[in-house]
Design a protein around this ligand. Structure first.
Ligand code: FAD
Ligand code: SF4
Length: 397
């Protein structure tokens, strides 16, 4: 007689039901499946356990005395890279989509968890298990909204798949790692992207309407290393808005509470991470965390130009000044914002120092958010590495 796994007796929540993490829920998708059985241990917002899961995944947790590991997590290599032939319509040069296609074509995996958008709305996420290169390509470009990527987990067991690649952001990957052993897989590969300041679909609308000159034609956007938001429009034009000119007073509560309480910007538990913020403008930033990540990257190395990571400038002053500015929701007049953007771009942090600038500004902001809104969670929810990063700055009460 075969025994039934305990989770199979659990029932997914209805889409309208309140989630166990309440307002901190990032809609990662776990609770849309019978794996909700494990939610109390697995949810990134109920049970922060990055250190333990790092040890499970990479054989050790990060060395807090190594300055690069403190910031970027366990890794064996970092580099800047870009595809020699970029994929049209990808968020950056399409390294993520290319890697997934290569793994599928070479038979390393039978399926890829990724997120397409619905037919009606280019920003409405629709997670799938892709089984063809075309389906992976159709998932290229960021859906800058909370996305229930793990909602497809039940389909894995049902399909009998044994080798799987999951593409996802930090909160999704934390929950995935916590239930990994229950999935019945022979091999799981995890390709992560950094993630910050995500929004609900309604929040995205508000952001586009308060920030872009033509919200309805935006096809994608990114907070770039030149301290501007770059909006790409349907007609191919690019609109640039300086960070310092964002209407912080209107945008203050646009970011999801989950993202205001997140300290896993760099996706600590993925095997391989592909972002942009530690690389020069126009390049992507790659962090190889373990041997599985190295095996994955080797598959596409011949399609990439690479260069070593660099670091330049000093972020500390800019971060310290951003803390009260954000806290008091100050908005600079547009001429001053543009000027400040130009000055900072000329003398400001670049490469890994820019990544540290972004991590520091978000961790200090999020630390204050948790302290004020969920003080009872502060001690256990903020990982030790984040506490050390935040301690470098003077915070308001
Ligand atoms: P593509 O080949 O275009 O593939 C993109 C992949 O992302 C697709 O496979 C798709 O399945 C997946 N995806 C899209 N939307 C989501 C989503 N909402 N949740 C989970 N998976 C998704 N990098 C930084 O360095 N710094 C940042 O601050 C940063 N912020 C980000 C914020 C968000 C909300 C997201 C989704 C990503 C962010 N990234 C950030 C990562 C970066 O923007 C690119 O996604 C990454 O560099 C890969 O680019 P690419 O051209 O190789 O991807
Ligand atoms: Fe469930 Fe994920 Fe929301 Fe946590 S973040 S309550 S695991 S859906």
């Amino acid at each position: 007689m075969t025994s039934v796994s305990p989770h199979k007796k659990a029932k997914a929540l209805k889409p309208t039901s309140r989630r166990p993490a309440k307002e901190l829920c990032s809609e990662c998708g776990l609770c849309d499946t019978y794996y909700i059985h494990y939610v109390k241990e697995a949810c990134a917002f109920i049970n922060q356990q990055i250190g333990e899961l790092e040890a499970q995944t990479h054989t050790r947790s990060r060395n807090l005395d190594n300055p690069d590991e403190l910031y970027f997590g366990v890794h064996q290599d970092m580099m800047a890279a870009r595809k020699q032939q970029p994929i049209e319509g990808a968020q950056w040069t399409g390294i993520v989509s290319s890697l997934a296609i290569e793994m599928l074509n070479r038979g390393l995996v039978e399926g890829v968890v990724c997120v397409q958008n619905t037919k009606e709305d280019r920003f409405q996420p629709m997670p799938i298990i892709a089984r063809t290169p075309e389906e992976i390509l159709a998932a290229r470009v960021n859906k800058p909204t909370l996305s229930p990527n793990l909602s497809v987990l039940e389909q894995i067991e049902q399909s009998g798949m044994k080798r799987l690649l999951v593409i996802g952001v930090g909160c999704q990957i934390q929950a995935l790692r916590a239930v990994e052993k229950q999935l019945g897989l022979e091999k799981l590969y995890v390709l992560g992207t950094p993630c910050v300041d995500n929004v609900t679909r309604a929040g995205l609308q508000k952001f586009l309407e308060t920030t872009s000159r033509s919200p309805e034609t935006v096809v994608h956007y990114e907070f770039m290393q030149d301290f501007r938001v770059h909006f790409k429009h349907e007609d191919g034009s690019t609109e640039m808005v300086p960070f310092f000119g964002l209407k912080t007073n209107k945008l203050k509560d646009v970011f999801a509470p989950s993202c205001m309480s997140c300290f896993d910007y760099v996706n600590s538990l993925a095997d391989l991470v592909v972002g942009y913020m530690g690389a020069p403008f126009g390049w992507q930033w790659i962090v190889v965390r373990n041997d599985t990540g190295k095996e994955m990257l080797d598959l596409v190395k011949d399609q990439l130009d690479t260069q070593p990571v660099m670091s330049q400038g000093n972020r500390k002053e800019a971060v310290q000044q951003s803390i009260p500015a954000y806290d008091k929701a100050v908005t600079l007049p547009m001429w001053a914002a543009k000027l400040m953007g130009v000055v900072i771009e000329k003398i400001g942090p670049k490469g890994l120092e820019y990544a540290r600038f972004s991590i520091d500004s978000h961790f200090t902001r999020n630390y204050l958010y948790v302290k004020r809104n969920h003080p009872e969670k502060l001690e256990a929810h903020v990982p030790e590495y984040a506490k050390r990063i935040v301690e470098q700055y003077k915070l308001p009460d």
